[in-house]
Design a protein around this ligand. Structure first.
Ligand SMILES: C[S@@+](CC[C@H](N)C(=O)[O-])C[C@H]1O[C@@H](n2cnc3c(N)ncnc32)[C@H](O)[C@@H]1O
Length: 292
């Protein structure tokens, strides 16, 4: 368990020397002391403004992304950049888009979706015909809509709406509209595109109401908000890759608690859970973990 606390150091005669973070790692019995830099201050301000705690995300990648975006907007320091975010809603929107990394596509990593429909769904349906499902970090909706289409094609009972959540309200707005460029549908065979999407012209397709009505989109921060429980299937794919190891473990514990016995956690193609056993998860297939 790592505890963090901060205090200001003052020197006589001069003003503030610096803020200092003292970290105590209880497991190792070790203290580390580091100076608060402009990035820490920026992160704290973003937390207060948006509720998004960037200390849970891997710093090197996150800082690089933020500084690259900041420079591309003609700003050279984080204090000035935060001021810009405070006064310019478009810049703030751009910042949130950039750091949350919303890229998605239908049937992302098609081989895994094949495993889902051929192996995992039949396994779950053996004990329960009406599945409770959550797509966590659903971005612009490609993942929950892919799921509903897979369920419809497998002739599953869709009595329960699929819960689809993301922290970013703007991606949820897009998800609800359900309009996509043809290239994001490339993993679907043409007959399925015809069946489940309306061609809007100009290379755009809109997901049909028969799919939409099975998804309930909701704003939800995985690092802050309460988790519903009793899920048979949770998809959390390409979300935790940006989190620190400590945050990832905590999140997997919470997913495990949110699953019912025998429920499955479906992760992204780079997201193997190495401590699965300790968390009470068994491998059901690569990137599919079953609660013991
Ligand atoms: C790369 S997209 C993944 C979309 C989809 N799951 C897929 O695999 O194609 C990552 C999504 O995670 C969301 N996200 C990041 N941090 C989050 C958090 N703390 N709580 C909820 N969603 C979060 C982002 O807003 C973004 O839409």
């Amino acid at each position: 368990m790592i505890n963090n606390w901060q205090y200001k150091q003052y020197s006589t005669g001069v003003t503030v020397v610096s803020d200092v973070i003292v970290q105590y790692d209880g497991a190792k019995g070790v203290y580390t002391v580091s100076l608060v830099d402009d990035y820490d201050v920026f992160v704290k301000r973003v937390h207060i403004k948006s509720g998004l705690d960037l200390t849970n995300y891997k710093r090197p990648q996150m800082e690089r992304r933020i500084r690259t975006l900041m420079r591309s907007q003609g700003v050279n320091d984080l204090t000035a950049y935060f001021q810009l975010l405070e006064r310019d809603a478009n810049q703030y929107r751009k910042f949130i888009d950039h750091i949350t990394i919303n890229v998605s596509e239908f049937l992302r990593n098609p081989g895994q979706w094949e495993v889902l429909s051929q192996k995992i769904l039949p396994l779950l349906l053996k004990t329960n015909q009406r599945l409770k499902i959550w797509s966590a970090g659903c971005s612009t909706g490609e993942e929950p809509y892919s799921l509903v289409i897979t369920l419809l094609e497998s002739r599953c009972d869709l009595g329960n709406q699929v819960l689809a959540t993301d922290l970013d309200r703007e991606v949820l707005r897009k998800a609800q509209i359900g309009l996509y460029a043809a290239k994001s549908l490339a993993n679907f065979p043409a007959p399925l595109i015809k069946k489940y999407f309306e061609d809007q012209g100009g290379g755009y397709y809109r997901v049909k109401e028969m799919v939409k009505r099975h998804v309930k989109f909701q704003s939800h921060n995985l690092l802050k908000d309460r988790f519903e429980t009793g899920f048979d299937l949770i998809l959390c794919r390409n979300v935790v890759i940006y989190f620190t190891e400590e945050t990832k473990t905590l999140l997997y514990q919470r997913f495990c608690q949110a699953l019912c016995k025998g429920g499955i956690l479906f992760t992204g193609s780079t997201e193997q859970i190495f401590q699965a056993r300790e968390l009470g998860l068994n491998s059901a297939a690569t990137f599919f973990y079953q609660k013991a």
